[in-house]
Design a protein around this ligand. Structure first.
Ligand SMILES: Nc1ncnc2c1ncn2[C@@H]1O[C@H](COP(=O)(O)OP(=O)(O)OP(=O)(O)O)[C@@H](O)[C@H]1O
Ligand SMILES: [Mg+2]
Length: 358
């Protein structure tokens, strides 16, 4: 998959700007605040329907404007398609594929990207929610059914929590059967898919680690399931767990079991890298993970996604950067990377953004 054009109109600092990325490597460069991340954000937005910097769409629209538009042309095989996202202040967004309106859930998986930013370090150190999002985004990009089931499960959990809250207010017994059934059915599917994906990723991660460091570290992902030491994904188990936990859940108005409570652990030589890994090992581990995600998406869809690397110069030393770039070149992976200096000695396209408004 290749992006052939990005156009942003009244998005962040840009009034109207077009970027035609190279099919291989594009380096966005220029001083701090010149809009490098803004362009990466726009590409990510066209891929996922949301930003990685804010959950408030209004922030993305250029100050003083009521509307902003992101247009991405991308090629799958020989077909060029256009995604258009129109953001209106306080009015939500409209998404179009080749001028036909589509819903957000239909957007995910069309223009596939993998993002790596310094914040991504939080994937190891940060809250479990970030690791779940990593997994959910990865699988959603290759499986529309997964994304649908993910939304269904999240809604059912919200409804169940709402019913519990209501019951607390009214003093009546909540009717949870319907929500328990929905959660159990979705959870069973989601967790099975997650486990399958992790198994596949575990087959890929070590060779990515080798690509980057020259030696294989035994990096493995482990699924940590709430309620069981060895992951279960049968509907009956979830029904049983949900019903057993009703009393406790009622007290806290939450749902203490389900995919929204599970986590991932990254193990290096069997030890949790969050507690035992050095900073450098953690960085490399995340990058290996991201590259494994690229391979996973390729094996599922036949094409590599577009790789977005924001500000990784500060994260990786020279030898790792070079190893990374040579890998990306060998695999013909389209990459958009930002940096303030020319940190990648390659024949890629260099786009110099100037300070100030355009
Ligand atoms: N909604 C908006 N409207 C107008 N300008 C905005 C908006 N949001 C952000 N900006 C401007 O965009 C600029 C930041 O752009 P961006 O984060 O892409 O910079 P950058 O080139 O990645 O910088 P760095 O090298 O520091 O990472 C700032 O100057 C900010 O004022
Ligand atoms: Mg930036």
């Amino acid at each position: 998959m290749k992006c052939t054009s990005l156009r942003v109109i009244d998005i962040r600092s840009f009034s109207d700007r077009t970027l035609k990325p190279s099919p291989s490597l594009t380096l966005l460069t220029g001083p701090n605040g010149c809009g490098k991340t803004n362009l990466v954000e726009a590409l990510y937005y066209a891929s996922s329907g949301k930003s990685f910097r804010t959950s408030n769409d209004g922030e993305i629209i250029r100050l003083g404007q009521d509307e902003g538009t992101i247009l991405v042309d991308f090629m799958t095989g020989r077909t060029v398609q256009t995604i258009k996202i129109r953001l209106a202040r306080n009015q939500g967004k409209k998404i179009f594929l080749n001028d036909t309106a589509v819903r957000k859930k239909e957007l995910v998986g069309l223009f596939r990207t993998v993002l790596f930013t310094p914040d991504e370090l939080q994937l190891i150190k940060g809250a479990p929610q970030l690791r779940r999002r990593f997994m959910d985004m990865e699988i959603s990009q290759v499986s529309p059914r997964y994304y649908e089931e993910f939304l269904r499960c999240s809604r059912a959990v919200q409804q169940r929590n709402g019913a519990l809250k209501n019951a607390q207010l009214t003093g009546k017994k909540p009717d949870l059967d319907i929500w328990d059934m929905q959660i159990a059915a979705s959870a069973s599917y989601l967790v099975r898919k997650r486990l399958e994906t992790i198994e596949q990723m575990n087959g890929i991660v070590p060779s990515m680690e080798e690509n980057l460091t020259g030696h294989r570290e035994s990096l493995q992902i482990r699924y940590v399931q709430q309620g069981s030491d060895s992951p279960r994904y049968d509907v009956e188990w979830y029904m049983d767990q949900l019903s057993r936990r009703r009393e406790e859940d009622a007290r806290f108005c939450h749902t203490s079991i389900g995919p929204h409570r599970d986590d991932l652990q990254f193990l290096m030589n069997g030890m949790d890298i969050a507690s035992y890994g050095s900073q450098g090992q953690q960085r490399t581990a995340i990058l290996s993970m991201k590259l494994a995600e690229m391979e996973f998406i390729r094996s599922e869809t036949g094409e590599y996604p577009v790789l977005l690397l924001d500000d990784i110069g500060s994260e990786l030393d020279r030898s790792r950067r070079e190893a990374l770039i040579s890998f990306l070149k060998a695999q013909d992976i389209q990459t958009v990377v930002t940096g303030t200096e020319k940190m990648f000695d390659t024949e890629g396209l260099v786009v110099e953004l100037e300070d100030g408004k355009r």
